[in-house]
Design a protein. Structure first.
Length: 196
């Protein structure tokens, strides 16, 4: 998603009336498509999709299976389970970003999508910030101060670091607990040690 075009949202529900109703509510602000089953969802999911609103209980390929496939593909897509299935302890290990119980209001849909987009943007900025700080630290450790002071590229790097740091601080000041959980789910997953 770029800053100029609306986010792309895929609504997945095996009840076409429900999927179409959600899509109709969202289409003025987002690029919206629908899928009426798990396989159709998997066929439509690619890196152009920003957010998936995913029903859990579907015939054939369930929402849980679709979620697992999205994560296997390592796509940077935010997924909200939008379902009538009451949560149980099995959700602890499920790699979704939000869990919304039906019935869902228009306000709930927008709030959920906007939260997921906000946390996704935060994560991307945080990745960029980390990459720039690594470059900054490497140059600081290996170049004399006089050379750093004369470098336009180094000043530009420091300026970009400051801008990203300010943007991160502004975003994080608006976060609530749900935003933090959504923002750091992927980071935690990627940095946790893998079993051998």
């Amino acid at each position: 998603m770029s800053g100029t075009e609306p986010a792309t949202v895929l609504v997945v529900d095996d009840e076409p009336d429900v999927a179409d109703a959600y899509a109709a509510q969202l289409q003025d602000e987002f690029i919206v498509s629908t899928a009426y089953g798990g396989q159709e969802a998997l066929d439509k999911i690619d890196d152009a999709v920003d957010v998936v609103l995913l029903d859990r209980r579907m015939p054939g390929i369930s929402g849980d299976e679709v979620l697992a496939k999205i994560r296997e593909r390592e796509l940077r897509i935010r997924v909200a389970m939008v379902t009538a299935v009451d949560p149980d302890f099995d959700i602890i290990e499920m790699p979704f970003d939000d869990y919304v119980i039906k019935p869902v209001s228009r306000e709930d849909l927008f709030e959920t999508i906007n939260r997921l987009l906000r946390t996704s943007e935060y994560e991307e900025r945080l990745r960029r910030y980390y990459a720039l700080t690594a470059k900054h630290a490497t140059l600081m450790a290996n170049k004399p101060e006089s050379e750093l002071a004369e470098s336009d590229q180094f000043r530009q790097l420091e300026s970009e670091l400051g801008g990203i740091r300010d943007a991160l601080n502004d975003t994080i000041s608006e976060f609530d607990d749900d935003d933090f959980a959504a923002a750091f789910r992927d980071l935690d997953h990627e940095t946790s040690p893998t079993s051998e």
